[in-house]
Design a protein around this ligand. Structure first.
Ligand code: BMA
Length: 329
């Protein structure tokens, strides 16, 4: 039995597994929970992040507009399933107009650390890099310095300091669709200055795990467990039809999270159903958030499907940790 270190969440979305199968994740039968018309301006709503907030949930959503510009929007929900997403994108406040200038924003992650909800996202600043900001109420947002130089994507904060330092996973990239990519970790005393960059894990070049042979990138905020940090990540293969995005999982050392304890050779979820296989970018499942209940070990994973709509997949910490260990390299 594995224990989630965290709070209880009695009102989270949940469904028991209905059919046995080889994979540790199963889909919500009301998927997709958000369609491409999630707000008045959206062409698509996907790769989005949610957190428990007050008696319900708040989120930061990637909505690409009908001119296909990428921006992030606040949203609210009582049950984590039915969402009201604002029609106006998030406007950040801050001291430096150079930093506030918007090129594009996408693929947010959100996490509560102390009394602030921190948002990381892929931020356009002479190419993609990692933007960082915070809010207390999902109405007023403050933008901080970009964490890294371009080019980088998939900046994911750990939910607490580790040995006195904030930590962030990221995936250095290029300015295009990036035919490579490994996961690194960086440390900071203050969420402004980042350093001590270390390699965590990379794409697997061999035939033994080809689904993650082109690139990998961190997904939701790591889940703290008594066996280490449980992470869910995306892995990509290049096929005759282009990139295919699947999900994997790993356990990282709790005090030195650049040390990988276990990592899945087999994927944990693949684009297997029509709304994941057909969309603006076909064959993509892209996880950006989880919510979990430490009492029951239930985990709900929010993921973008085919760069078009948003779904939920379920697992339990016992099932996912057991699979991660059993399928490890
Ligand atoms: C990546 C990002 C993701 C997207 C994926 C598949 O580079 O742009 O937002 O889901 O490609 O198109």
């Amino acid at each position: 039995m594995t224990k989630i270190i965290g709070t209880n969440l009695t009102n989270m979305p949940w469904q028991e597994r209905k059919t046995e199968g080889p994979l540790p994740l199963w889909r919500f039968d009301q998927n997709p929970i958000i369609g491409r018309d999630g707000n008045k301006v959206s062409n698509s709503v996907f790769n989005s992040a949610i957190v428990p907030y007050k008696d319900g949930y708040a989120g930061v959503f990637r909505c690409d507009s009908r001119s296909i510009s990428m921006d992030i929007f606040a949203g609210f929900s009582d049950d984590g399933i039915h969402w009201h997403i604002e029609d106006e994108p998030i406007r950040f406040e801050g001291d430096d107009p150079e930093i506030l200038n918007r090129e594009f924003r996408y693929d947010p992650r959100v996490i509560l650390i102390d009394d602030k909800y921190y948002i990381t996202w892929c931020n356009g600043y002479h190419g993609p890099t990692i933007g960082l900001g915070w809010t207390k109420d999902f109405k007023t947002f403050v933008q901080m310095e970009n964490a890294f130089l371009p080019f980088n994507r998939n900046g994911v904060l750990f939910p607490r300091k580790i040995n006195g330092e904030y930590m962030m996973l990221s995936r250095p990239s290029d300015n295009g669709h990036t035919p490579f990519g490994d996961i690194f970790i960086s440390r900071s005393p203050d969420l402004t200055y980042w350093g001590k960059h270390r390699f965590v894990m990379g794409a697997e070049k061999g035939d033994y795990s080809a689904w993650q042979s082109t690139k990998i990138g961190p997904g939701p905020v790591p889940i703290e467990t008594d066996e280490g940090w449980l992470i869910i990540y995306h892995g990509v293969i290049t096929t005759c039809n282009g990139f295919v995005y699947r999900m994997g999982s790993a356990l990282l050392d709790i005090d030195e999270p650049w040390k990988v304890l276990y990592r899945t050779r087999d994927y944990i979820m693949a684009p297997d159903v029509p709304y994941e296989q057909l969309g603006d970018v076909s064959n993509v499942v892209f996880p950006c958030a989880t919510i979990q209940d430490s009492a029951t070990g239930r985990i709900a994973i929010y993921y973008g499907a085919a760069d078009t709509v948003t779904g939920i997949a379920f697992t339990t910490v016992d099932e996912l940790v057991a699979y991660t260990k059993k399928n490890s390299f």
